[in-house]
Unconditional design. Sequence first.
Lengths: 414, 266
Amino acid sequence: MKLKKRIPVIDQGDRLGFWGGKFGGNFVPETLKKPIEDLELQFNKLKSDKNFIKERDNHFKNWVGAPTRFIKLDNLTKHVGGAQIWSKVVSDANGGAHKIYNATVHCLLAKRSGKKVIIGDTGAGYAGKMLSMAAKKFGLKCKIFMGAKDIKRQQPNVKAMKKNGADVIPVYSGSQTLVDAVSECMRYWVANCDTTAMCVGSTVGPAIFVRICGWSTSQISRELKVQLINEFGEIPKKLKLYNCVGGGSSSFGFWNEFMDYNKKQVEFIGVEAGGPSKSKRHAAPLTYGSKIGILHGAAQYVNQNSDGQIEETESISAGLDYPGISPLHCFLKDVKRARYTAASDEEALKAYQIVTKYENLRPSLEPSHAFSVAIKEAKKFSKDTVVIINSCGDAYKDRGILEKKLGKKYVKSN
Amino acid sequence: MLNPISLAFKKAKDAKRPALLTYTVAGDSSKKQSLEILKAISNYADILEVGVPHNTPVADGGQIQTSSYRAIKNGIKMNDIFKIVSDFKKIKNSKPVIFMGYYNMIFQYGENNFLKKCKKSGVNGLIVVDLPWPENKIFSKKCKKNSINFIQLLSPTTSNKRLKSITKDAHDMIYYISMLSTTGGKLKVSPKKILANYNKIKKISPKKNCVIGFGITEKTISNFKNTDGLVVGSQICKEITRSLNNRQNPVINVSKMVSKLKKKIS
């Protein structure tokens, strides 16, 4: 298994859509073969079409708001002592998280193929919120599938989706979280694929969805590369990119443009959700050595029992609460390009407290996982090391949880 | 000598009716009861599809999901499912049994181990919902080597080109999904249209037994009398749920239902 240089990772899969010969693929019902093939043909053509790229860039710039800020966290750097700590504030993007990139691209594709309805899954509610925003902008009807448990814990995003005119469909099966929402969304697509486009909310699902999402979120690292050169005149000699990993869309997008650099120069650190420290359950299949299995159409490391039933996960962060992980990350782990570790619920909460104490930045619970590991490791690094954390979501959606866990003073009124 | 699945089709054909295939979930609502249900309905059904429950099914509708979750909640394991089949086969050795499920269960068991165990317990065929063609090429060859029928699925979205390639690689039986739907959907396409597609398949592949599934119920089944076989699944699962809710015996109720289904196509 080898990572090739000068070929985008999303295009390194084989004929059947497997990265490294074993991650990804298309484990789908026969009915979905045709719509998936149609989407593949469309995407393969458009991803190098100058007009399409121009259209995408135009929407990213004028609607999503590119570039998002790249800022030094001076106070946090002083407090931690060690590496310089920076953040790419992707939560600046319209809607408050990176999910807007994938949602925009899927709506552009749906529009071009003449579909009138777009459906999507959501965990934290960001993917759903962004899809509802993009659908509204591009004149598509929108249905969002969301676990009933997530609907309860991510109310601000649910309200936003409804405001944008989307139908939010609660999913009551299984653990009533993201994993069940994705299953239900795929089932709906099986029954309606002739009229409806599907957007998978992360770099998961059948291979084409992994590729489209990775292609879309790579906007993050494209921006960052320019910003780094503006700031340092070059790509720093010691650069460390920290990102939380649930499905893996923001981290993949945060790293993609730096893939060909030596990992001694640009290191990737993915932080999974370790769950409550007292619980055996987690959402960290890479860190805790889960076996390869099939989930939602793709082979990946996934939490499962010996029979192959997918196991329930547990995490304070709905956006990371997924038993599987993108095939792209399985691949990056096995070729040793990226390093993966986990932070517990408690560690993420503590990191959130530290960051908000020292900086005017409110990372949601997902990036708080990445902050936790970055803060711990930055202490040990030299001053010329540049640590960057992708703050890929805003804590506004988490205010209910934060208030309950930390008290009112951590929640701002907006 | 014909394999048990082809023989079942031949017998039905001789009786001038389609073969009746039933689908029930292994372990629904308990290991013992699902075995009792199999025994009872095998008096009427020609081929028994045994659902291997999975907790992230991407193609099952509500009724089958309910049955699957119930079975998993009651602790059903892969080895129990093999045991149910072998216990059943001890009594009805000639009745063909087909497993229907998702690939991860096979993958975790190990393809070779799984097939060995299928052979040993008397499983005659496999339907793997999320292992389409051409991804299933290698595995379907392995099945053939072990004298297990790998059943290819076709759907209304299958292109003519695919249809030809798939039927060429198919074993003795093909499964046509009647419409764009998860299992148990209401028949949203006219029987005429379904039969037109069915006839298209038969024209390309006249020798292979083609069954129609999805949306087949007591109400719709008699529209499809001139076919090789028909699968009823969700309605049976629904009947099990209804019986349990009403504190009635699912074994009796389901067996009554299957007997009625049989009459409608005889």
